[in-house]
Design a protein around this ligand. Structure first.
Ligand code: SF4
Length: 98
């Protein structure tokens, strides 16, 4: 029996689509003077690369492409630094299965 062809995770993720709800971000950062370790960690942990660190040392979020995995929601719940809601119906990630 032949092995199935190898497919890279990045290629599979590229099959997904994302519908932007312009002006209605479903994730918002509630900034504190100093970002928590968990919020800083999101710049490395978010599988969609939505979090980044700006030149001022602040964490920013650009949720276009978010997989709605909830990692940032869970990790930043205690600090209250992330407001997270599902996108409105018809917006957000559209997963391609198969
Ligand atoms: S829900 Fe997941 S994919 Fe979306 S911004 Fe948070 S960590 Fe990234």
């Amino acid at each position: 029996m032949a092995n199935p062809p190898e497919v890279r995770v990045e290629e599979k993720l590229y099959q997904n689509r994302y519908v932007v709800d312009a002006g209605r971000s479903h994730i918002r950062i509630v900034a504190k003077d100093v970002p928590s370790a968990n919020l800083l960690a999101m710049t490395k942990l978010c599988p969609a690369g939505c979090y980044s660190l700006n030149e001022a040392g602040r964490v920013e979020v650009a949720p276009d492409g978010c997989f709605e995995c909830g990692t940032c929601r869970v990790l930043c719940e205690a600090s209250g630094e992330v407001e997270w809601n599902y996108p409105r119906g018809g917006f957000g990630v559209l997963f391609k299965f198969g």
